[in-house]
Design a protein around this ligand. Structure first.
Ligand SMILES: O=C(O)c1ccccc1N[C@@H]1O[C@H](COP(=O)(O)O)[C@@H](O)[C@H]1O
Length: 214
């Protein structure tokens, strides 16, 4: 039986060495944060240097949370990301206005969005990223949610929120997502990734993929 491969996205990288290691480990996507107030937010010059360290076919993802359209446009023009990720209250018209495929994030935390209704509001989304925070809160906080509430939208699901080497295997077996996304679970401090945790995360994903095909 063929091994189905769960894609991996590492997010919130701020150092070229972390980007290089992520590429060596074989991750599929690397996320750069432009959300205001985030400790992982990049300045434009820093972001360009990091983006240049992401070779095809690894995807560079630009993450926004209610940023003004003009700022998103400026970053898209300068960085040429492969994919956008919208974490805030952005509507469908906003999300599809930048000529790039995008993921819409659904806040799955307590009191969170009624996921099924939200899915229908974004027909142009390339996929949905399920995060553990409540609506209006920032992501990247390491909060998991009850995976049994994960919807099956018929479009790719990127599972996020509180994942790490210790629970990503269980998460994959519970949700069978297209991709898993991690930030704080592979960090030593916000924006400072930990090489051993990055490697352990990738190994656990591969292990879960192998066990799923047995
Ligand atoms: O990382 C941030 O600071 C951030 C800020 C605003 C919105 C989202 C943010 N992070 C993203 O949230 C998910 C889950 O992160 P975690 O693994 O639970 O720490 C991921 O996509 C982060 O990049």
């Amino acid at each position: 039986m063929p091994v189905s491969r769960t894609r991996i996205k590492f997010c919130g990288l701020t150092r070229p060495g972390d980007v290089r290691l992520a590429v060596e480990l074989g991750v599929d996507a690397i996320g750069f944060v432009f959300a205001a107030g985030s400790p992982r937010r990049l300045e434009p010059g820093q972001a360009l240097a990091l983006r240049e360290a992401v070779p095809p076919p690894v995807a560079a993802v630009a993450l926004f949370m209610d940023n003004p359209a003009e700022e998103v446009r400026r970053i898209v023009r300068a960085l040429r990301p492969d994919l956008l990720q919208f974490h805030g209250g952005e509507d469908e018209t906003f999300c599809r206005g930048f000529d790039r495929p995008y993921l819409k994030v659904l806040a799955m935390g307590q009191g969170g969005t009624e996921a099924r209704q939200a899915l229908a509001r974004y027909p142009s989304a390339s996929g949905f990223l399920l995060d553990g925070h409540a609506p209006g809160q920032r992501g990247g906080s390491g909060q998991a949610f009850d995976w049994s509430r994960a919807p099956a939208p018929g479009r790719p699901v990127w599972l996020a929120g509180g994942l790490g080497p210790d629970n990503v295997g269980r998460a994959i077996r519970a949700v069978r997502p297209y991709a898993v996304d991690v930030s704080s679970g592979i960090e030593r401090a916000p924006g400072i990734k930990d090489g051993a945790k990055m490697q352990a995360f990738v190994e656990e994903v591969r292990r879960a993929d192998r066990s799923g095909s047995e």
